[in-house]
Design a protein around this ligand. Structure first.
Ligand code: FAD
Ligand code: NAI
Length: 499
């Protein structure tokens, strides 16, 4: 008994202590203190975007150095790696969002957050024009502001290759609305298939889900769809579950070209077990209301009936990015994106525009890992530039002084300026690639002692979960995501067709 009481007492004490700490941390987070106002002597730093690159920069940036303005059509950061989980209801949408103001309100100096889309950047006048593109607008919905430094982190949009019918009939998997739209359509397909008197052919059509693109997005989404089917739909739609079919269409000879061969084989065999059809060397030529038109490996054309098409065929540049590049026609000629130097300065911009993430053309893959490391790096670069700007200002003041101490200080500043002139180049450190493939299995290509460690399976799935849980930007998100996982384990996914 004594031992039992000791153990339970210890556990209770630990639980209470963790609860109190959690409460204290959460309260501190919820009630940010006063901030310094914008300082007219500081330079204006305008950040376009609130995604991986921009948010990582904001997290690390010392806002004492600048008057910071963030402009983005979304007033939140979206944790994209877990977006496919939202599409099938494993996670609720708000669990993977972090309002940008939750970051900026904790900075030392005020940061202005504007929910708007940048429509034009003028590098000559150093101004940005932006517009409120949301549903509700006030009397003023477009304006132009000046910047001293511009951080261009607007990401990319979905590549459709202008294939007919994609925009009209397919769902994307890029934004939160895409995941919600896909979930709504998927559940609609199920309910329409359950409508009395539906023919077997029509049921099969409605329940045929086609995912286009065998990159990580398409693979993860197919895996999540499979889990939804096996873990939930079989219970709630027993008469329909047998008819659900998932096809993954990929134009290249194999899926996941960026992963090692061993993991590609493992994914293919897992999909085979899960009865997900992988159609490689097959290209979608058109998306119609109730079908997809495929070009098969033998170049013949087939029209395949389906209820839902999810388009995950890669990235392309946004209009605002193309327009900005067009202003530097001599140096911005890379069709993949903005060309930057080793310090992420946009070529041609004279060091006033920095670009990072998916809107740039670098030797790195367009991933969250790259964008977030670039954001953290830029925060360090901007701190150095602020120091340099401050010293240059002081030097100007000293130039008019005839005091002997002024000469000494001038020499000291000039020496420091030489050091500050040189910026350390950005260096990417690859932490490995991870992807969820369904059936509670994941794959991981990890750098290991100058080599590569390829892992796949249930243990990797647990590693995948813990890696993403720790990568989430806030404790609030971690708790929400962990709670959602527990909820789904206990009660399953919700099949209400309400959104
Ligand atoms: P984003 O994060 O896309 O941010 C762009 C920001 O710019 C957004 O806030 C957007 O609202 C804003 N914006 C858009 N237009 C304008 C405008 N006109 N003016 C101002 N702001 C604008 N990468 C990984 O490394 N690991 C993963 O597991 C992973 N999983 C992914 C899963 C999915 C489903 C997707 C779609 C991508 C995934 N990625 C992953 C890739 C990763 O999300 C991107 O590489 C990353 O988001 C790029 O960061 P970014 O800052 O360049 O762009
Ligand atoms: P992707 O560019 O990696 O893959 C798109 C695929 O679609 C390509 O393989 C392409 O051949 C195929 N495709 C294009 N047009 C087609 C057509 N008409 N018919 C059939 N197939 C067609 O795009 P994805 O998966 O959206 O990834 C974008 C970026 O985000 C990548 O850099 C990726 O590494 C990263 N990402 C990383 C994840 C992870 O690490 N877990 C998860 C999701 C994305």
């Amino acid at each position: 008994w004594k031992r039992f009481l000791q153990v339970t007492g210890g556990i209770t004490l630990l639980t209470v202590a963790s609860g109190v700490t959690l409460y204290y941390v959460a309260q501190k987070d919820r009630t940010p203190g006063p901030q310094l106002p914008h300082d007219p002597t500081k330079k204006t730093l305008v950040i376009l975007g609130s995604g991986w690159g921009a948010t990582s920069l904001l997290n690390s940036l010392d806002t004492i150095d600048y008057n910071v303005i963030v402009i983005s059509p979304k007033n939140y950061f979206l944790f994209t790696p877990l977006l496919p989980s939202v599409a099938v209801g494993t996670l609720s949408p708000r669990s993977i969002l972090q309002p940008t103001r939750y970051v900026t309100r904790h900075k030392k100096r005020q940061v202005t957050v504007i929910e708007a889309s940048a429509t034009d950047v003028d590098p000559i006048t150093k101004t940005v024009t932006f517009a409120d593109t949301s549903e509700i607008q006030g009397l003023v919905s477009t304006t132009t502001i000046p910047y001293d430094y511009l951080i261009f982190a607007v990401g990319a949009e979905v590549q459709t290759f202008n294939i007919p019918g994609v925009r009209e009939h397919a769902c994307f998997m890029k934004e939160l609305e895409d995941a919600e739209k896909m979930q709504r359509r998927f559940l609609d397909c199920l309910e329409s298939a359950a409508f009395p008197g539906q023919t077997v052919d029509e049921i099969k059509r409605l329940l045929h889900m086609v995912v286009v693109g065998g990159g990580p997005t398409g693979i993860e989404l197919s895996g999540e769809l499979h889990d939804f089917l096996e873990q939930d739909l079989r219970s709630w739609y027993p008469e329909l579950a047998e008819h659900v079919r998932i096809s993954l269409v990929e134009a290249l000879p194999s899926v996941l070209p960026s992963f090692s061969k061993q993991l590609i084989d493992y994914t293919e065999s897992t999909f085979k077990e899960a009865k997900i059809d992988i159609l490689t060397k097959t290209m979608v030529k058109e998306v119609r209301d109730k079908s997809v038109v495929l070009q098969l490996p033998d170049k013949s054309i087939a029209e395949v009936p389906c209820g839902l098409v999810v388009w995950a065929a890669g990235n392309t540049l946004r209009k605002v990015t193309r327009d900005l590049m067009a202003k530097f026609p001599d140096v911005q000629t890379n069709r993949r994106g903005i060309a930057v130097d080793e310090c992420l300065r946009m070529l041609g911009s004279n060091g006033t525009i920095f670009a990072l993430g998916d809107c740039t053309a670098t030797s790195y893959a367009p991933t969250a890992q790259v964008a977030s490391q670039q954001g953290a790096y830029l925060a360090r670069v901007l701190a150095q530039i602020a120091k340099k700007d401050e010293l240059e200002l002081r030097l100007k003041e000293l130039q008019v002084s005839t005091e002997p101490e002024a000469k000494e200080e001038r020499e000291h500043i000039e020496k420091r300026l030489v050091k500050l002139e040189k910026l350390r180049p950005f260096k990417y450190s690859h932490q490995g690639s991870l992807a969820y493939i369904g059936s509670e299995r994941a794959i991981a290509d990890l750098p290991f002692f100058n080599g590569n460690l390829a892992m796949g399976g249930v243990a990797t799935f647990l590693f995948w979960r813990s890696a993403y849980l720790s990568t989430l930007f806030s404790m609030r998100n971690r708790i929400l995501v962990a709670t959602d996982w527990l909820y789904v384990k206990l009660f399953g996914r919700d099949v209400s067709h309400y959104i």
